[in-house]
Design a protein around this ligand. Structure first.
Ligand code: 5RP
Length: 218
């Protein structure tokens, strides 16, 4: 089965967590795009969605879903999003699409976070995928030096500005044996908005699509 097909299968599996009338958090990326397509043909009617990116907002509006500002909602019942890497503790690397900050805010504001991935995203230890770090533009060089001091090799994501007007440093070679501590350490560097580690607030459930079907973790 192709990776695109696996994304559709896991997107469809996520629908069983969605209920009519729900206020739903929606992530960003190709797996989430497949989820929005499945949502459109499911017959489910959301009250509204809170979106993690301009791209997702556009796609949700195109299928007739009302998109709300998080400031006008309480906590959300459910957040559905993909990931770049997942470990056995449901900790994640996210931000390949550059939406990590809004994604982390929505994950934090949601009672349940269901992460949807194909099996290519599963790792024994996080860190093969370069860790995205969103930085305030004036802090780019300073934060790069700090990340280098932590053993990382940061690289500016070329020709990319986040929906928040910031930059992304993609960091290779960072030791993620203790992702909770690394998440704290990176997030404390002045000028860092957030890093793409979702270790302190991992997913509650991870749905993994493979040739043999959908595995539910958590
Ligand atoms: C965007 C993300 C995405 O969830 C992540 O990049 C996975 O994307 P895809 O579903 O296209 O593989 O974190 O910021």
């Amino acid at each position: 089965m192709s990776q695109a097909r696996l994304k559709i299968e896991v997107a469809r599996a996520a629908l069983r967590y969605v209920e009519d009338g729900m206020l739903l958090g929606v992530g960003t990326g190709s797996t989430v795009n497949a989820f929005i397509d499945e949502l459109a043909s499911s017959g489910l009617r959301l009250e509204a969605a809170v979106s993690s990116s301009e791209a997702t907002t556009e796609k949700l509006k195109a299928i007739g879903v009302k998109v709300m500002d998080l400031n006008h909602c309480g906590d959300l019942a459910l957040y559905i999003d993909g990931a770049d890497e997942v470990d056995a503790h449901r900790r994640l690397i996210k931000g390949g699409g550059g939406a990590l900050t809004r994604e982390k805010i929505i994950a934090g504001a949601s009672r349940q976070f269901v992460c949807i991935v194909d099996e290519s995203k599963c790792r024994p230890i996080l860190g093969e995928f370069p860790l995205p770090v969103e930085v305030i533009p004036m802090a780019r060089a300073f934060v790069s030096r700090k990340l280098t001091g932590m053993g990382g090799r940061p690289q500016l994501r070329e020709d990319f500005v986040t929906d928040n007007g910031n930059l992304i440093l993609d960091v290779r070679n960072i030791d993620l044996i203790n992702p909770n501590q690394v998440e704290r350490d990176i997030n404390q560097i002045p000028g860092v908005v957030t890093c793409g580690l979702f270790a302190l607030r991992p997913a509650d459930k991870v749905l993994v699509a493979s040739e043999s079907g959908i595995e539910t973790r958590g």
